[in-house]
Design a binder for this molecule. Sequence first.
Ligand code: F6P
Length: 470
Amino acid sequence: MIASNRGPVSFTLSEDGALTMRRGGGGLVSGLSEVARDSELLWVCAALSDGDRSAVRLAPGGRLDGAGYDTGPLRMLDIAPAVFHRAYNAVANSTLWFVSHLLYNTPFTPHFDGRFQREWESYQDYNGAFALALAEEAGHEARVMIQDYHLTLAPAMLRVERPDLRIAHFSHTPWAPPDYFSVLPDEVGVEILEGLLGADHAGFLTERWADAFMDCCEAFLGARVDRAARTVRYQDRVTHVGVHALGVDGPALLARAAEPDVESHLQVIKEQVGDRRLIVRIDRTELSKNIVRGMAAYREFLAEHPEWHGKVVHLAFAYPSRHDLPEYREYTAAVQRCAQEIEDEYGTDDWDPLILNMNDDYPRSLAAYRLADVLLVNPIRDGMNLVAKEGPILSQRCALVLSREAGAAAELGADALLVNPFDVSGTATALHDALVMPEEERVNRASRLRAAATALPPQRWFADQLDALA
Ligand code: F6P
């Protein structure tokens, strides 16, 4: 069984009450959908929208597969909207995400007061609803794979209900070091760590995040950590800590990128860019993705290198994300402002130095990868970052400028141009170095990047975790 906040499908409700089903978005869902398609595993997820809730209410026991939808075994949980909102927006996305990506502006945030207490209770209830549903659905000694920061309490809650199960938790985000994790109220930090230690196996994308988790267990719980064996012993139980890097299914991605809808976007982009060199970035408009500093670096590169004026275009795709949160709306506005300033400063009648596109379009993203000379991936901090892996698979000669704070740097660092994401000038220099990199070197580096990016496809990533639970 799999449990995650976002499920493999979502529903929209039209004015006449008709429901339309779509594939769910995001990296976690794409990775897991690949795996789930080939197996009989049951997926438990939350209803995220009114459309989802309408679909669930018509499905006996919340089982969408039982209501005639072609989803594979799927149970969607109809959690009360107010509880869901506080658990997802206030705790998971505004607190735990900020802690794991080090995003707080600490003179002002976080600010844990009485209101947070209520939000935390909703997060407990939301995790409880998952634990209950999993306990109801799981066969004897079933293996349950619980995903991400939305569900840190569910492993321990599930263990209480069903001690016979084998439980894994996987974090798709970074893990904060103890000095930063300690911003959480003490009892909340302890509950999160104890929640995860309810699992038999706690998985992370890189050694760095796994080490940070073990450091927190030692610092805040006094747990006995064996770093060589990667185990945490706490209250007479042992949790194994695993490192499972997630890569890309290369052949599937190449096949998708050769489809006609991608080809037509390819022609459009070629017309826009002409024979100029192309710097591409593709992100959700997410605070941790560092889009504003990336644009500032491009601006500094243009200021330092007038010889490139009219000869390069920066194509920035920044897709909508988490617009319920004011910080994300403000960030989106900052990205737009920054792009406009560059256009105003450097644009001419026949040259758009920066093209910003904010409407999500997967085939267009694939076309952009194929044409990229340089791929810019400069997050402040990132669990893995699959964009850094997809680019070199689709472009034979793309140079990768990569933040050293992305999990992907552990596998791709040797052949990428690594940057400190806060160093705008350093990033500007790396963009220039990437553009002037000799052809042979860029082809050789891209080929090694491709090998590293495809080494651990989702199927393997999943199978390794299942094996770890055996
Ligand atoms: O990085 C964690 C993660 O769950 C990704 O797998 C996914 O792309 C993203 O966060 C989705 O966030 P949300 O579900 O809030 O859009």
